[in-house]
Design a binder for this molecule. Sequence first.
Ligand SMILES: [Zn+2]
Length: 317
Amino acid sequence: MSPSPSPTTRFAPAPTGRLHLGHLANAIFVWGLGRARGGRVLLRIEDHDRGRCRPEYEAALLDDLDRLGLAADEPSTPALRAGPSSYRQSDNAPAYQAALAQLGTATAVYACDCTRATFAGWRDAHGEPWSGPGCPGECATRGLEPRGDRTIRAALGDGIESWTELLGGPRSGAVAPNGDLPVRDRDGNWTYGFCVVVDDLRHDVDLVVRGEDLIEATPDQVRLGRLLGRGAPPAFAHHPLVLREDGSKLSKADGATSLGELLDAGRTVPELVGTAAHAVGLAPSDAPLSLDSAGALAARRLSPSAGPPPGSSGSDR
Ligand SMILES: [Zn+2]
């Protein structure tokens, strides 16, 4: 499926720490690809994990976006500060509850009491990791009562799902290779893999721009969307990650790369944009760049199968 001519995409950070250079690189791709295709950018607060998210991190995140000049088409940062929002996951439990009920009409949704020890026990007994679909305890057949200490899983089936990948051509992958999708975890949190699909569906997101570490999650998300009644999957653009010098993924624990602290220390927005763009291979050096210029560099990475930008004869933006 080709991406729609004017897509809706989203920037969707989790307030589990300060924004860092990896988020800025993601933002360059989100805004760059979205704008290049004449689309809209939504802002979504992914605070589904109530144990790890903090209101003070969300407040800092919104301030950082304002300082960076990253403005979504919807919602505004003042709207998010003002109170509950359709774009904050913790405000939308009824939407996930309704989606779970709908999912239950399409496939098996079941309580699972498998723990990490269950998976480890399988590996010890069989000499290889357990692989899906289902779960090692075969909980789908056990009729366990949903309880606070049990995971809720949805049977996604098996086979292959394919999708349009705007930064590298068509992709496909196996569904549920590591087991049926957890929808709600043992602590009662809705999961990332469930929330993003429900949110992208209810907000009409049809272009998902994110780091390449999430490619493996994509087949499950495409299948889940279909089970929830989505006609065609979104198009995806999985981009390179900002890595540490040792090649590992940057995380929120890397305090020295917090964007807010770098700005506090006197770095300018174009300097940070140039650093982030260089770190993911968009720019040959880390010279300062405007957000628009960096976004244009990201848009040049669009694969030919993505087609020309609407109304464009080859210009950058
Ligand atoms: Zn189980």
